[in-house]
Design a binder for this molecule. Structure first.
Ligand code: CFM
Length: 543
């Protein structure tokens, strides 16, 4: 939705953003800041190291592996092998919700397991302490699985977490123990941790339980982490449509689900960045195709359900899905009709993670709002430009660091769910199998795309564009709000959500309406903006 407002020239803005940097930095940042053209998508530099000294939004590999991919599975005991400081992130910090089937069902999400490495362990090695910790966790909880996550010092001193895991798995007998070399310094961001997690989950979990799944339309939901209950809403819709959810990676999931995931007939991927490896590996080993979907946005949810219907090509399922859409949409429409006159023409900026900066544009479109600029923190070029660029992505020293598993078809379990001819037919009908077009195709011409936006650039963008809302995370929230612009947290949802599906869309419309139409933002003046002799000043101690 184009707005009638006059916006500054993006070329001038780009110039302004990089003009303060030293020449070498400006050149590098210039490649990550591009003016969009959805017809001829320009190349954007992504997944490269952040220039030291620049304040980035990014996290680390350990965060991507433990926090993002493995964290939401409720019955794995996740042990952080490292100093206690890192262990803050070994418990629930990400609002990923879960719903055990009964009050006595295992749920370790609220626990914090750490080996509490001390100086002595750093000097003389920490493997012994790790094995004691695994034994202790086992004795206390008897979990089905224990996962170990390496923090930076573990890699530096060379503890072999995999050998420790193998030894303990054998010793314990009925507990699957496996480790991740996800030291924070690996790769350039949390994205490296996603890849490491995908490899480990695929190697150590998927395929361990060959019990055929029940149901006619068996689906895995990949890249949905149940932040604010998002997965619950998708589960509700799937159930209504008669779709069987075999496993979710990994919101509201269990070990048993994941071990049985290869029994599904279709993988649908929400967050392409964090889990596309799993989709590809399951296709090669078991013959399960994957499809990119988006359940963020009411229209997008309807579209995604129709894609699933088309994949199965079953008249009864198609009819049921249409029935569900026509049941759900009027409720959404009633709300949007009331809200849209107040949000129409307003503007947004989104700088989040590796998928939401794209997905949430759909919700803003539904509100009649324009996305002026957007970018990911740690996505790769394919998330921006589409997967067709994959062969042209250069492998550098950082990406070479991350293992690429060599997967082949399973001699017994490989079973192509669709023949090549059937897949061709689906593609000919416009169904994108194993594909993703990326964010830029959907963004308007001359919108600005910025990868790994810096704190300084965010402030400049706000100053120059004056958006009605800025979407990012807690690190940015209060700085942005002090500039008089409301910030919607798209990681944690500011304690709100769910925002997926039909009910989620309604929640989002209401939250955004409240934020962009709140008069308080116009009344804000930061202390340094007030003309006063008592203006605050920072004081420095100099020698
Ligand atoms: Fe995928 Fe995520 Fe995201 Fe992500 Fe994340 Fe997240 Fe995110 Mo925060 S897996 S890429 S590493 S959708 S934690 S649930 S909100 S940055 S946009």
């Amino acid at each position: 939705m184009e707005s009638n407002r006059h916006f500054p020239d993006p070329a001038v803005i780009k110039e302004e953003l990089i003009s303060k940097y030293p020449a070498k930095v400006a050149k590098k940042r210039g490649k990550s800041i591009v003016i969009n053209d959805p017809e001829v998508i320009p190349e954007v530099q992504a997944n490269v190291r952040t220039v030291p000294g620049i304040i980035t939004q990014r996290g680390c590999s350990y965060a991507g592996c433990k926090g993002v991919v493995l964290g939401p599975t409720r019955d794995i005991v996740n042990i952080t092998h490292g100093p206690i400081g890192c262990s803050f992130y070994s418990w629930l910090t990400r609002r990923n919700q879960t719903r055990p089937e009964s009050p006595t069902d295992e749920n370790f999400i609220t626990y914090c397991f750490s080996t509490d490495m001390q100086e002595e362990n750093v000097v003389f090695g920490g493997e012994k302490k790790l094995k004691v910790a695994i034994q202790e966790a086992y004795d206390l909880f008897h979990p089905k699985a224990i996962a170990i996550f390496s923090t930076c010092p573990v890699g530096l001193i060379g503890d072999d977490v995999h050998a420790a895991a193998r030894e303990m798995k054998e010793k314990l007998g009925d507990c699957n123990v496996f480790g991740f070399s996800c030291e924070g310094y690996r790769g350039v961001s949390q994205s490296a941790g996603h890849h490491i997690a995908n490899n480990g989950v695929f190697k150590h979990m998927v395929g361990r339980n060959n019990t055929p799944a029940e149901g006619k339309f068996k689906i895995n939901l990949l890249g949905e982490y149940n932040i604010g209950g998002d997965a619950f809403e998708i589960e509700r819709i799937f159930e209504k449509c008669g779709l069987t959810l075999v496993a979710s990676f990994s919101g509201n999931s269990t070990v048993t689900q994941i071990e049985n995931a290869h029994m599904a007939d279709l993988n649908v991927i929400l967050c392409h960045r964090s889990i596309n490896y799993m989709g590809d590996m399951m296709e090669t080993k078991y013959g399960i195709p994957w499809m990119k979907v988006n359940f963020v946005g009411a229209e997008s949810s309807a579209k995604s359900l129709r894609k699933i219907a088309e994949y199965y090509g079953d008249a009864e399922l198609t009819a049921r899905i249409e029935e569900v859409i026509s049941e759900e949409m009027p409720k959404v429409k009633a709300i949007i009709d009331e809200i849209r006159p107040r949000t129409e023409g307003k503007t947004a900026m989104l700088f989040v993670g590796g998928s939401r900066a794209h997905h949430y544009q759909d919700l803003f479109n539904e509100l009649g709002m324009t996305t002026l600029a957007a970018g990911y923190e740690f996505a790769h070029r394919d998330d921006y430009e589409g997967r067709h660029v994959l062969p042209s992505i250069k492998i550098d020293a950082d990406s070479k660091n991350i293992e690429e598993l060599k997967i082949t078809a399973d001699p017994e379990l490989y079973n192509p769910r669709k023949s090549d001819a059937e897949l061709e037919e689906l593609r000919a009908k416009g169904l994108e199998i194993n594909g993703y077009e990326g964010m830029m195709k959907q963004m308007t011409s001359r919108s600005l795309v910025v990868d790994d936006v810096s704190h300084y650039e965010s402030e400049k963008l706000i100053e120059l564009y004056k958006p009605d809302i800025f979407c990012a995370g807690i690190k940015e929230k209060y700085v942005v709000q002090k500039m008089g612009v409301p910030l919607k947290q798209l990681h944690s949802y500011d304690y709100g959500g769910p925002y997926t599906g039909f009910e989620g869309a309604v929640n989002f419309y209401k939250d955004i309406d409240r934020m962009v139409n709140n008069p308080v933002w116009k009344l804000i003046k930061a202390p340094w903006e007030k003309e006063s002799s008592e203006a605050l000043e920072a004081s420095y101690v100099t020698q």
